[in-house]
Design a protein around this ligand. Structure first.
Ligand SMILES: O=P(O)(O)OC[C@H]1O[C@](O)(COP(=O)(O)O)[C@@H](O)[C@@H]1O
Ligand SMILES: [Mg+2]
Ligand SMILES: [Mg+2]
Length: 345
């Protein structure tokens, strides 16, 4: 019989008190995710309806965004957490003053897909809280992603999944309704270094900078272009689902900055979207960058910062960074090399 999430956390956390608190928090999150999945499965016309309010990032909130925020806030209150920061709340909330952890969360990822019965999810990031943060709470969510003690995401799809990492491998658990708990599905995941699929919202092509356009042009040219092989494209529009596919079969995901008003750093949030995804992807052998800097090395300025995000198979992520770093090579590319670019491997 597959081992349970509970048993895994027990062995991964051992006797380390801080890790055990991370484990407890993940247990509470798992309970909340089961509750939310039940609500999603029960449906209801209103879930995908706009509420009229906007969140801190300027997105119109849907009813399910608000329900999910409440469900996970309750889980946070039951967990050993000093601070809770949510996409759906302007400011971080102070919880247990003496607790040693903080959690940032995207309660509902893939909001634009809610009413279409496509996979959606929840993304979480657990950080340490030290004396310096108690003295100045504004610093809690300005910690680099490399300081995360645990992170992951749930997918509400055909299966209810939890993908998580505590820095020692990335593991997937599946909710087994008969057992009322999550059980191991894929432990110590490893993703391929090479990508055969890419994920990007191509409708923004005209708004991208030249390096991103050139990179995508080269993928689209397929076997007749500089890459000399064909690529497939998938874009779910829920990052959790795109990330899980990439963890399973390799690939690359891009949400770059673009020329639209308010999109200079793209759409995705550093603290509760890019950082937890980056921890899971890196622990499975992949990479994650904003184009120039490793995501986990970026110092956030605030809870709701945005960041350009490229993640996936390590070699492909490095390649995107080379397109961005070396525009001079790109300038030479068409006249001198025709369709044979400097970037082929
Ligand atoms: O609608 P777009 O611009 O393609 O953006 C899709 C992206 O936005 C997101 O939905 C952002 O997350 P939220 O739904 O939590 O705002 C990602 O899951 C997804 O990758
Ligand atoms: Mg999201
Ligand atoms: Mg969201």
């Amino acid at each position: 019989m597959a081992s349970s999430l509970d048993a895994h956390l027990e062995s991964e956390c051992g006797e380390d008190p801080l890790k055990r608190q991370v484990g407890d928090t993940i247990r509470h999150l798992a309970g909340a995710a089961i509750k939310l999945a039940d609500k999603i499965a029960a449906g209801g016309d209103g879930m995908g309806q706009a509420q009229g309010a906007t969140n801190a990032g300027g997105d119109v909130q849907k009813e399910l965004d608000v329900i999910a925020d409440k469900v996970f806030m309750e889980a946070a209150e039951a967990s050993p957490l000093a601070f809770f920061g949510s996409e759906e709340q302007d400011d971080a909330v102070a919880l247990k003053p003496d607790a040693n952890l903080a959690m940032a969360i995207d309660p509902l990822d893939g909001s634009s897909n809610i009413e279409t019965n496509v996979s959606i999810g929840t993304i979480f990031s657990i950080l340490p809280v030290e004396d310096e943060h108690r003295a100045d709470p504004s610093r809690v969510f300005r910690q680099k992603g490399s300081r995360q003690l645990g992170a992951g995401f749930f997918i509400y799809g055909p299966q209810l999944l939890l993908v998580m990492s505590m820095g020692n491998g990335t593991h997937t658990f599946i909710h087994a309704p008969g057992r009322g708990e999550f059980i191991a599905l894929k432990m110590s995941m490893t993703m391929g270094e090479k990508a055969g699929e890419f994920a990007i919202n191509a409708s923004n092509y005209r708004h991208w900078d030249q390096p991103i356009r050139s990179y995508i042009d080269d993928l689209l040219a397929g076997s007749e272009g500089p890459r000399e092989r064909d690529f497939n494209m998938r874009w779910v529009g829920s990052m959790v689902a795109d990330c899980y596919r990439i963890l399973l079969r390799g690939g690359v995901f891009l949400y770059p900055g673009d020329g639209r008003k308010g999109y200079a750093k793209g759409r995705l949030r550093l603290v509760y979207e890019a950082n937890p995804i980056a921890l899971c992807v890196e622990n499975a052998g992949g990479g994650a960058t904003d184009g120039t800097t490793r995501i986990l090395d970026i110092e956030p300025e605030g809870l709701h910062d945005r960041t350009p995000l490229v993640f996936g198979s390590a070699r492909e992520v490095e390649r995107v960074a080379r397109y961005i770093a070396d525009p001079s090579a790109l300038a030479e590319r068409s006249p001198l090399f025709g369709k044979r670019s400097l970037f082929r491997t």
